[in-house]
Design a protein around this ligand. Structure first.
Ligand SMILES: Nc1ncnc2c1ncn2[C@@H]1O[C@H](COP(=O)(O)OP(=O)(O)OP(=O)(O)O)[C@@H](O)[C@H]1O
Length: 245
């Protein structure tokens, strides 16, 4: 279980309270500057709030040693790091020396074809897939035993549509194994289709916390994103969210 109480950090986080049981995949949504990346860094224990605490499985983050915390939680940050001319294989084995690419990750991310290539010669979307793979391999023993906290900041950025869906299906599978996932992005239809819960942020506050049905409605989304939102139903009764100005 992940719990946060009264998180405050200057104007970036204001009185955030949240609880997430094991086995959940939460979409973290909100306009630019709403505080999503800041919240992810605080939940990861990388950034300290001025007020408030985060507990992971009953223990305050500060009570974990750095290696113990690194063994149960991972944060994929937004920026692609391509400064070093490492091969994809070197990049992956640096984080998980004993491990080949797990089949579940390969199916979703299709990395093996790039293994011998220098990371900085891959396209943006290809690099993103490697970055996701590396983030998850770093924690793979905890993930396979269903006790990982996986935090991702805009992992779908740059992915083509098929890989966006494959990634979301993978994240659902990881949640079904018992892991906890908090994933920020700007894709309302992916949030509608996959996962269990929506955390909606605006101006440093958690302004909605609920199911897709509860949170992803025209009134709330229009007000928070300051954009036209239309929700319709297709011939198979799927809800589709359209945005317009
Ligand atoms: N290091 C920093 N120092 C001070 N303010 C910061 C810092 N980093 C971010 N901010 C500010 O904090 C607010 C929240 O930023 P954050 O990056 O968490 O937003 P976000 O919801 O992730 O946005 P986006 O969708 O654009 O990625 C913004 O107003 C931002 O300008």
């Amino acid at each position: 279980m992940l719990e946060a109480t009264q998180l405050q950090l200057s104007k970036r986080l204001k009185d955030i309270e949240l609880v997430m049981p094991a086995g959940r995949f939460v979409h973290l949504l909100g306009p630019n500057g709403a505080g999503k990346s800041t919240l992810l860094m605080v939940l990861a224990g990388i950034l300290q709030p001025q007020v408030g605490q985060v507990r992971l499985n009953g223990r305050y983050l500060g009570d974990y040693s750095p290696p113990a915390l690194a063994g149960v939680r991972t944060l994929m940050e937004q920026n692609l790091q391509t400064a070093f001319a490492l091969s994809v294989k070197e990049c992956l084995t640096f984080y998980a020396p004993q491990l080949g690419i797990p089949e579940l990750l390969e199916q979703a991310l299709e990395i093996r074809q790039f293994l011998s290539r220098p990371l900085n010669t891959l396209s943006g979307g290809e690099q993103r897939r490697v970055q996701i793979c590396r983030t998850l391999m770093q924690l793979w023993p905890a993930i396979t035993s269903g006790r990982a906290l996986i935090l991702m900041d805009e992992p779908v950025q740059g992915l083509d549509f098929a890989h966006q869906h494959r990634l979301c299906q993978l994240l659902v599978t990881l949640a079904d194994m018992g892991n906890m996932l908090v994933v920020s992005h700007h894709q309302l239809n992916l949030a509608q289709m996959y996962g269990h819960r929506i955390w909606l942020m605006s101006e440093g506050r958690l302004v909605a916390d609920g199911s897709q049905q509860d949170v992803l409605n025209e009134t709330t989304l229009t007000q928070i994103f300051q954009c036209g939102i239309r929700i319709c139903t297709d011939s198979e009764q799927n809800r589709l969210i359209q945005t317009y100005l």
